[in-house]
Design a protein around this ligand. Structure first.
Ligand SMILES: Cc1ncc(COP(=O)(O)O)c(C=O)c1O
Ligand SMILES: N[C@H](C=O)CCC(=O)O
Length: 427
């Protein structure tokens, strides 16, 4: 593939943008390559500035559930923009969005809009601390909750990709308030609560961890977290920034029948514009300013364009019965991948829920970060590079999850399986 213009742009970008990118996972460091720059993205395809077209499974890291630039979202943004792009006052879209979230997400009684998933988790943590009057927070190894200081400890996603699960610049005193435990081990959680339950403000967990590949909870694990937090008066925070509105209308909490106290949301609810949200029990949410003592704010929060885009996307998903369609496409991909692995006598693990999936280049059962880290990263790199050569763009890291969109069709899934077959043969 020719990448001349992308190479020039990357060179120029590195002069003026740290690492040449505005978010580390985009830098392709984990695949020994340089990133391509995108000119346009429509449906399930993206085209780079050199004219290479690719079937896309990154989907702008999750938000593009209908595919790129769906007509309904573009029209909603255009029409909203004609009335003004930001008001800095309450607007009707915000009420519509809040009512939609409360209607769709089982545990949410009240919700506050923010501008990113990071803001959502950061605010949820502050609220949990304000509500309980406690400081300590439990998070799990490999879970990523955005670049919140106290949560950038043993984190997944870009932090893991770049071999630095902890970040410089996070004061040791902040990190000391975060208790890190392995995922999927409820005994360890119970033991910490037994020792210091009255100091723990919150347990935060990715509903299905999807920033260290895609890991599923063991039977009873999420309910175990729910029970122990309830017993000790700690706030149970579900991070559904990635899974919310993606795996089902009501996210993982709907699938698993779990009722968290607070939920962090983002990605799909923004329709591709910068949006996050956090919500939950009214009793806790009412601790927020202006009614309560926990301060939280945002110049552009509830922005009319972002709300219009998100609402249009959610309504279209409902209208098309998008979740059922995504599950069918996901099942087709899964069946094809499993057949390929069997045909090639590879014992690699493949995890999928609805339209989210991850192929792990290891035979170990995937239960936590330790098992994820047994994957053969050299094999992953070869696979990624070969897939890209064949016009299929998957995440440039073994620790990210793939996303199918409603605009993928059976033909694209089958083409992807052909590419996978060739790529696996080259490993
Ligand atoms: C589970 C999860 N939580 C939080 C975040 C942070 O969201 P954002 O990148 O919008 O700040 C992300 C993604 O980055 C995520 O996947
Ligand atoms: N895994 C991250 C979020 O889900 C990827 C997005 C980013 O960090 O740029």
């Amino acid at each position: 593939m020719k990448r001349d213009i992308s190479s020039k742009l990357f060179k120029a970008a590195k002069q003026v943008i740290p690492g040449g990118v505005n978010s580390p996972v985009r830098a392709f460091k984990n695949v020994d390559g340089d990133p391509f720059f995108v000119r346009r993205a429509m449906g399930c395809r993206i085209e780079d500035v050199d004219g290479n077209e690719m079937i896309d499974y990154v989907g702008t890291w999750g938000p593009a559930i209908l595919g790129h630039a769906p007509e309904c979202v573009v029209e909603a943004v255009q029409s909203a923009a004609k009335e003004g792009v930001s008001f800095g006052t309450p607007n009707p879209y915000e009420v519509d969005m809040a009512e939609t979230i409360v209607d769709w997400v089982p545990s949410v009684e009240k919700v506050r809009m923010v501008n990113s998933g990071t803001e959502a988790t950061m605010s949820a943590i502050r609220l949990a601390r304000g509500f309980t009057g406690r400081d300590k927070v439990i998070k799990f190894v490999g879970c990523y909750h955005g670049h919140v200081d106290s949560l950038l400890v043993a984190a997944g996603s870009g932090a893991l990709t770049h071999g630095k699960p902890d970040s410089a610049g996070v004061p040791a005193s902040f990190a000391a308030e975060t208790i890190i435990l392995p995922y999927n081990d409820i005994e360890k959680v119970n033991a910490v609560f037994a020792e210091m339950g009255d100091q723990i403000a919150a347990v935060i967990v990715e509903s299905y961890p999807a920033n260290a590949g895609l890991i599923f909870p063991k039977e009873g694990y999420l309910q175990g977290l729910r029970d122990i937090t309830a017993k000790h008066g700690a706030v149970f925070i579900f991070d559904e920034v990635m899974t919310g509105f993606r795996v089902a209308k009501g996210g993982v909490q709907e699938l698993e029948g779990i009722t968290p106290d607070l939920t962090a949301m983002g990605k799909v609810i923004g329709g591709g514009l910068p949006v996050g949200a956090f919500g939950g029990k009214a009793e806790i949410m009412d601790y927020l300013a202006p009614d309560g003592p926990v301060y939280q704010a945002g110049t552009l929060s509830g922005n009319p364009l972002a709300m219009a885009a998100g609402l249009a996307q959610l309504r279209e998903m409902e209208r098309q019965d998008g979740y059922a369609k995504l599950d069918q496409l996901g099942a087709r991909l899964e069946a094809g991948v499993r057949a390929l692995l069997q045909e090639k006598s590879l014992d690699y693990q493949f995890n999928r829920v609805g339209s989210m999936f991850c192929l792990f280049f290891t035979g170990e059962e995937i239960v936590d970060l330790d098992s994820v880290m047994t994957a053969d990263t050299a094999a992953f790199r070869k696979f990624f590079t070969e897939m890209l050569e064949q016009g299929v763009y998957t995440a440039p890291s073994p620790y990210e999850t793939g996303f199918i969109s409603v605009s993928h069709g059976e033909a694209e899934i089958d083409r992807t399986l052909e590419a996978m077959s060739a790529a696996l043969a080259k490993i």
